[in-house]
Design a protein around this ligand. Structure first.
Ligand SMILES: Cc1cc2nc3c(=O)[nH]c(=O)nc-3n(C[C@H](O)[C@H](O)[C@H](O)COP(=O)(O)OP(=O)(O)OC[C@H]3O[C@@H](n4cnc5c(N)ncnc54)[C@H](O)[C@@H]3O)c2cc1C
Length: 384
């Protein structure tokens, strides 16, 4: 099977020109697919490639798996994909989440989630997925890519060559294949953790909380060990407007949002606030370079309000590995995946635009409180 699929891959399913084999050192490097980035998208792709005997090389810049800035809300779709891949969120320590609680100013609305979801730190999830990829036979290499082009990754340690590169560097762009920054939707992400406490349990419990306010939102969920994860997405300019100090920005948001303030009061003010700038919400790769399969946030960036980025990461990792193994070109995979991601990304963008104005946020909260079914429908429509 491996031989047949390799032959058809060389031809390209749409007759695209075959990529000339690069002049490289080791023979194995000429054919082994390379996955760049061991986040959820890359690890899953590497896992499936390894299971099929394709002997992938998985490259990440970090030796120690970090705790990526993320809301840490694992949708029921993400959880289902994870189970299908052989990991149960509960065995990773995830906290069940059964309700959505939405705030704007003093207003509160609550709705049951269509299906149970989870709160899990990215450190726990990414560690488990990376370990599974390695266990399945992916060769893990630590290097930081400086640039990528067809057939070649220029790393800090060395250069890597392969006719098939799976670009899974997530939030981080790599020179040569950086995402276009032409959307007006660049967002800033902030994250602060809350230590476990009975007050935090009482306030948040088994809900995913969305605090909507002018210019953005905060998502709060409990994760393994009862830790709280507070993650905000705001317009990119918000930090500069608050004087450049993330804690000042958090306090500013708390001033007008009493429910958010009561949660933030449980944070240790000595804790650093993690930040990530210029997340291109709504960006989708409809095209790609020959032999470069784009995954996760390098394939489509769904506004984080939907809590579906990890599901997109897993879905694209699986789809790209299958496409490669079936001999499908990267170009065809990318077109197909863009079509698949279009509806959830569009719905999430609409919700994000509504939520980031105080009127829209109030309207959304009123609608969710009068018609919880509407909130559930919006949640379903924004799933991959
Ligand atoms: C504020 C915010 C909140 C969010 N909240 C949620 C949520 O609650 N639920 C949800 O499902 N999604 C959420 N998301 C989206 C989610 O975080 C992403 O969609 C997801 O992390 C994408 O996974 P990935 O594998 O594509 O990339 P990443 O998780 O970003 O992983 C990329 C990997 O590539 C490595 N890497 C990067 N650059 C290089 C390089 N040059 N060389 C080598 N290695 C490199 C990194 O070390 C990392 O391991 C949120 C996003 C933001 C911004």
């Amino acid at each position: 099977m491996a031989t047949a699929s390799r032959r058809s891959r060389d031809r390209g399913s749409r007759g695209e020109a075959r990529l000339p084999l690069p002049s490289v050192r080791g023979a194995d490097q000429m054919t082994r697919p390379i996955v760049l980035g061991a986040g959820p998208a890359g690890s899953v792709a590497a896992m499936l490639l390894a299971r099929a005997g394709a002997e992938p090389i998985l490259i990440d810049r970090q030796v120690e798996v970090g705790d990526a800035i993320c809301g840490g809300f694992m949708s029921w779709r993400t959880a289902a994909s994870l189970r299908a891949l052989g990991s149960d969120p509960l065995t990773l320590g995830a906290r069940p989440v059964t309700r959505l609680r939405q705030y704007s100013g003093e207003r509160v609305a609550e709705a049951d989630l269509p299906e149970p979801a989870y709160g899990l730190s990215r450190k726990a999830l990414d560690t488990a997925l990376r370990a599974s990829a390695v266990q399945c036979g992916a060769r893990l290499e630590i290097d930081r890519a400086r640039s990528v082009k067809e057939g070649e990754i220029e790393g800090e340690r060395r250069s890597w060559h392969s006719p098939a590169i799976f670009l899974a560097t997530g939030k981080h762009d790599v020179r040569g294949e950086a995402r276009a920054r032409n959307s007006g939707n660049l967002a800033l992400g902030l994250r602060v953790r809350l230590p476990p406490s009975s007050e935090l349990e009482r306030l948040v419990g088994d809900a995913i909380e969305l605090h909507l306010f002018e210019g953005g939102y905060a998502g709060i969920v409990l994760q393994e060990g009862g830790n709280g994860n507070v993650c905000l997405a705001l317009r990119k300019s918000a930090l500069a407007e608050a004087g450049g100090d993330p804690w000042d920005l958090l306090r500013k948001v708390a001033t007008d949002n009493p429910h958010f303030a009561s949660r933030l009061a449980l944070a240790d003010a000595e804790e650093p606030v993690d930040t990530i700038g210029a997340v291109p919400y709504g960006w989708t790769a409809r095209k790609t370079s020959h032999g470069i399969y784009r995954l996760g946030d390098q394939a489509a960036v769904i506004p984080s309000l939907a809590g579906e980025g990890m599901a997109i990461a897993l879905a694209s990792g699986q789809a790209a590995a299958r496409a490669y193994l079936a001999g499908e070109s990267a170009e065809l995979f990318q077109r197909r995946f863009a079509q698949r991601a279009a509806r959830p990304v569009r719905v999430a963008e609409k919700l994000w635009h509504l939520a980031e104005t105080s009127r829209g946020a109030a309207g959304l909260t009123l609608a969710a409180s009068a018609f919880p079914e509407l909130a559930r429908l919006a949640m379903k429509m924004s799933r991959i």
